[in-house]
Design a binder for this molecule. Structure first.
Ligand SMILES: *[C@@H]1O[C@H](CO)[C@@H](O)[C@H](O)[C@H]1NC(C)=O
Ligand SMILES: *[C@@H]1O[C@H](CO)[C@@H](O)[C@H](O)[C@H]1NC(C)=O
Ligand SMILES: *[C@@H]1O[C@H](CO)[C@@H](O)[C@H](O)[C@H]1NC(C)=O
Length: 372
């Protein structure tokens, strides 16, 4: 897939975004040090937009009730209120995918019950923080692109991506595709604005973190583009396939998650230089591309409970596995407790003509192991 559409502007939409951005520069910023994460749209925001009536009772507009939005994001929220349910759902999708990808790891992407979403651990510019930014930003691209296609947003519709050059000449390009062009641009405006509205000293660690977030946000958006494909369908009398139409379609989000997990495993350690640019920390490694994840600091110790980590005590582990999910690595060598657990499951199922299935309930006793 080419990136050429990135240049292909939807002018009216851009104009509104430009106005919003100008507003953030010109108007005095009320709370210059906001706390929390915009990903809170996937937790608190998700509830707000699912049941807006409840929250409309107060005099405050919805967007200022969501904790974690930066001043610029609050303005964009007000300008694009109809997008916010979709953005929240996207952030949530990203968070859930993170939890699935990391379910067997020491850090399991668990959320806390406040506007920081992942707790203090994401203050550390580690590769986990990099992954969390990328997957959340990818989730929003996915969700907005699909919402455009489904006609759920007022400012976008089906994709207007150009016909791929290598598509069979006889096939028709024209089904209603996922609007990844719009999803990409909207997410870029909304997610990145919080980094762009802060000005830090060139070469400072704060600026390093800012650039790291921007880089990983972009890597997440590109992962969605990378996994997007052309899908075609046959039409014609009784499946004769005399007519074939094709369109642009998002891959299931799991594929984006798998892709970003690989990028996490191969993430590049970088540092901020005096000129205010990120550069590779160890010269023998390759310069990361826009699709790669970057991080500034090594991960903290996720084994033991601390101010940034829950530790792995109490986590289920697999006694026979030598991988990360095995009791050896997951429990960090502390050992594990075993207990017998009784599980009930459907078994001996029989199909009866026509049409129902009858099963028995079997109980089985399994050993479960949890880290000490
Ligand atoms: C966690 O505690 C350590 C000292 O034990 C401190 O240096 C560090 O800044 C704290 N981290 C966070 C994110 O609060
Ligand atoms: C992550 O692990 C903690 C214990 O370390 C556990 O309480 C929590 O439920 C786990 N979260 C997920 C999403 O699996
Ligand atoms: C435990 O790990 C082994 C080896 O990797 C695997 O074959 C098995 O399915 C795992 N068991 C569970 C319950 O996940």
């Amino acid at each position: 897939m080419t990136m050429s559409w990135l240049l292909h502007c939807e002018l009216r939409w851009w104009l509104r975004l430009l106005i919003a951005l100008l507003a953030t520069i010109v108007l005095p910023v009320s709370h210059s040090r906001f706390v929390g994460s915009w990903m809170n749209l996937g937790l608190q925001g998700f509830e707000v937009w699912r049941n807006p009536q409840i929250y409309l009772i107060g005099a405050q507009p919805l967007c200022t009730q969501i904790q974690g939005l930066s001043p610029g994001q609050t303005k964009l929220c007000q300008l694009y209120q109809d997008h916010m349910g979709t953005v929240g759902r996207g952030a949530r999708t990203g968070i859930h995918e993170c939890q699935w990808q990391f379910r067997h790891r020491r850090w399991n992407c668990s959320t806390v019950d406040d506007s920081t979403v992942f707790g203090p651990v994401l203050k550390i510019p580690s590769r986990e923080a990099g992954f969390a930014h990328a997957i959340a930003s990818a989730g929003v691209v996915h969700s907005v692109s699909r919402a455009c296609r489904d006609g759920r947003l007022s400012t976008c519709g089906c994709s207007r991506a150009r016909r791929p050059k290598d598509l069979n000449k006889e096939w028709i390009w024209g089904g209603c595709g996922d609007n990844i062009e719009y999803g990409y641009k909207f997410t870029q405006g909304f997610v990145d604005v919080r980094e762009r509205e802060k000005n830090f000293k060139r070469g400072s660690s704060e600026q390093g973190r800012q650039l790291m977030n921007l880089h990983n946000n972009e890597a997440g958006r590109r992962a969605v583009i990378r996994k997007t494909r052309v899908t075609c369908k046959c039409h014609g009398v009784s499946g004769s396939c005399s007519l074939i139409t094709c369109w642009q379609q998002l891959a299931p989000f799991r594929e984006t998650g798998d892709f970003l997990k690989e990028k996490y495993d191969g993430a590049t350690e970088v540092k901020i230089n005096r000129r205010g640019k990120l550069q590779v920390k160890f010269a023998q490694f390759n310069v990361p591309t826009a699709e790669d994840l970057v991080y500034l600091e090594d991960s903290p110790d996720y084994c033991t409970r601390s101010n940034v980590s829950l530790g792995t005590t109490g986590r289920y582990c697999n006694k026979t596995s030598l991988g990360m999910d095995g009791c050896g690595l997951l429990c960090c060598g502390r050992g594990y407790n075993s207990q017998k657990v009784t599980l009930q499951e459907r078994c001996h199922c029989k199909f009866h003509w026509c049409c129902y299935v009858e099963c028995k309930v079997c109980t089985k006793v399994v050993d479960m192991h949890t880290c000490k």
